[in-house]
Design a protein around this ligand. Structure first.
Ligand code: ATP
Length: 306
């Protein structure tokens, strides 16, 4: 029981790091209940999510009092639709998802789901309604079955297999020496970035949340895996309210709404086509990424990616 001897200070650091990466937050919240920065109000009610419309109203936020990160952020994700956020590194994209998961409370303004302020909802019900596919999935040192089942405690084997199939990872698991009982994580079988993301997708399928947050990986997977994962995500995003933190514009061109964030402010919004016509910041980012892709396609190393 080595865990018993881990000093609380270390847990605090671990907590902050993992919170930052949005990974495995539900588990960590259970482990470190005492470290929560936000607490349920005395009158907090379970979230009664219907379609799960997400609304940020004039949100201002700072992690530290001397440095404001978000300024008057105002947008609605209509129930069952996808909104993607793009912007330079540090513009505040991931902060939006941390606030939606209520890792922190807003300084002013409010965030609501179907009209219910996050501060009036129990955190357990909020987090049960949100599924996250993080940039970098941290696997537990346990079986691959446990790692998928984590999405829904008490899930049956049939449900786990169905989720693995939906995430296109079942066939891969079957090729492993111990199948679903194969140990993964740091001390077990190392999975590739794409395989780990598929585990995260399987977890999310099992959890079946009304709201989905997809934090796109900054480092691209090889293009075949990337396309397959994008297709799966589109499938699971159907009819869910989805927030995509995007790094590659090509993956979000069919989102119902795209927000462009600059230094914590929304400077443009619209569909891909509308934003290209507007010929502003988004159009410039798009042109730059297209040029980069062409360059990569023409370079001899590009063929090695697949
Ligand atoms: P990237 O594309 O690089 O992931 P981002 O747009 O998602 O960036 P955020 O992670 O939302 O950016 O960060 C926005 C700003 O908030 C950054 O300047 C960052 O340094 C700051 N920040 C993020 N987390 C914290 C924290 N825990 N404490 C203090 N400042 C923070």
């Amino acid at each position: 029981m080595i865990q018993l001897y881990i000093p609380l200070g270390f847990l605090g650091v671990l907590y902050r790091e993992i919170k930052q990466s949005l990974a495995d937050m539900e588990r960590l919240f259970t482990l470190l209940d005492q470290n929560r920065e936000v607490a349920d109000g005395a009158h907090a009610q379970p979230l009664a999510a219907r379609g799960a419309e997400v609304k940020f109203s004039n949100v201002e936020f700072s992690y530290e009092s001397n440095r404001q990160i978000l300024f008057g952020v105002d947008f609605t994700i209509p129930a069952g639709t996808t909104t993607a956020v793009v912007g330079h590194s540090g513009s505040g994209k991931s902060t939006l998802s941390r606030l939606l998961f209520r890792f922190y409370d807003v300084n002013s303004g409010r965030i609501t789901i179907d009209g219910q302020d996050l501060r009036d909802i129990t955190q357990a019900s909020l987090r049960a309604s949100i599924g996250i596919v993080p940039q970098d999935t941290v696997l537990f040192n346990d079986t691959i079955e446990y790692n998928i089942a984590y999405g829904k405690p008490g899930a049956t084997k049939d449900e786990i297999i169905a989720a693995a199939r939906a995430a296109y990872i079942h066939d891969f698991i079957e090729t492993l020496p111990d199948g679903y009982a194969t140990m993964v994580g740091e001390r077990g079988l190392k999975l590739s970035g794409g395989e780990k993301q598929r585990v995260a997708i399987a977890r999310t399928v099992l959890k079946d949340p009304a709201i989905l947050i997809f934090d796109e990986a900054t480092s691209a997977l090889d293009s075949k895996s990337e396309q397959a994962i994008q297709a799966q995500l589109k499938e699971i995003a159907k009819n869910r309210t989805t927030l995509v933190i995007a790094h590659r514009l090509s993956t979000i061109s069919d989102a119902q709404q795209i927000l462009v964030l600059e230094h914590g402010r929304i400077v443009e919004r619209g569909t891909h086509t509308q934003l290209l016509v507007a010929d502003g910041a988004y159009a410039q980012m798009w042109a730059r990424q297209q040029a980069k892709q062409e360059e990569a396609a023409n370079s001899p190393e590009a063929g090695e990616l697949d």
